[in-house]
Design a binder for this molecule. Structure first.
Ligand SMILES: [Zn+2]
Length: 301
């Protein structure tokens, strides 16, 4: 099973989540040898394959820099760019990082407007959309926990050229433009990581242009679903036909047909926006493989 298909549930020392997680744990380990090991503190995490969840114990959560769900914290987070900072660099930025929950559909940046905040997604997904007269658009970039929104600041440009809209809601960290610019001047690591990330964004945008021209809609939908799954770190997510049509630049009817074909092949289930990947290997085979190319690029970066 690939890492991208598992979802981290929470720490077992969560607060309001405590009951649910303990219940889940009881189901999984009740009466088994693992129960003793858990009680002795010898286990870091449990993988629940049936629910595709990873249940973390506190030490593992701290090591992975994941804040407990619902917890407002300035502890380091599960965003690749922030995680790449040295401890010292991170500590300088941490007091200015604000934990936010972004709702689906929220617009973070508009083209031509000054950038007030940059965003580091944790488990949300942001679409980058250039706009044309009449409000029509098509996605040219997708930002998840691997990156950030507001990269033009690293090139000395304080104005967004794109609309940044939350595609799938979730957690992110944000920091003001002024603090981010100052952190960038102080941190060689952040400069280096951002240069690599901007290179990846550029390459991804070129690949997307090629994909749109050469590949069939069903292949593109499969690629896009795999890409989304990797960014939200789950095999289940919410995505409407309208939003898929918008980001892929095709008619809604084309998405209905493509999703229907993927369902008939038992690769996914899709009902009222709730999508679940049933057969990841099969979906990869049905895709145009642009997903794999982009994923490899971001791993090299
Ligand atoms: Zn493609």
């Amino acid at each position: 099973m690939s890492e991208g298909s598992l979802r981290v549930v929470d720490s077992v020392q969560g607060k309001q989540h405590d009951k649910t997680i303990k219940g889940l744990l009881r189901q999984l380990v009740n009466g088994s040898p693992e129960q003793q090991a858990i009680e002795a503190g010898e286990i870091d995490a449990i993988i629940d394959y049936s629910g595709r969840n990873v249940i973390l114990f506190p030490a593992a959560r701290d090591a992975l820099r994941l804040p407990a769900a619902g917890e407002s914290t300035h502890e380091p987070v599960a965003n690749n760019l922030l995680a790449a900072l040295t401890q010292q660099e991170y500590q300088r930025l941490a007091p200015y990082l604000e934990s936010v929950t972004l709702a689906s559909g929220t617009v973070l940046h508009e083209p031509g407007e000054p950038i007030r905040f940059v965003y580091f997604p944790v488990d949300c997904l942001i679409s980058l959309l250039p706009m044309v007269t009449g409000g029509r658009t098509v996605e040219v970039g997708l930002v998840g926990f691997d990156g950030m929104v507001g990269t033009s600041l690293a090139l000395g440009v304080n104005v967004s050229s794109l609309r940044a809209r939350v595609q799938i809601g979730g957690r992110a960290f944000r920091v003001s433009q002024a603090r981010f610019t100052s952190a960038l001047q102080d941190s060689q690591t952040l400069q280096h990581e951002l240069n690599l990330y901007i290179y990846t964004e550029l390459a991804a945008s070129r690949q997307t242009a090629l994909c749109r021209t050469l590949h069939r809609i069903e292949e593109r939908v499969a690629s896009r679903l795999l890409m989304t799954s990797a960014r939200v770190r789950s095999d289940q997510f919410f995505v409407t036909q309208e939003s898929l049509a918008c980001v892929l630049g095709v008619r809604r009817e084309s998405i209905t047909q493509a999703a229907g074909a993927l369902q008939r092949r038992r690769l996914i289930t899709y009902s009222r926006g709730n999508l679940r990947i049933l057969n990841r290997q099969g979906l990869e085979a049905a895709s145009c493989h642009c997903y794999g190319r982009l994923d490899n690029l971001s791993h090299r970066a």
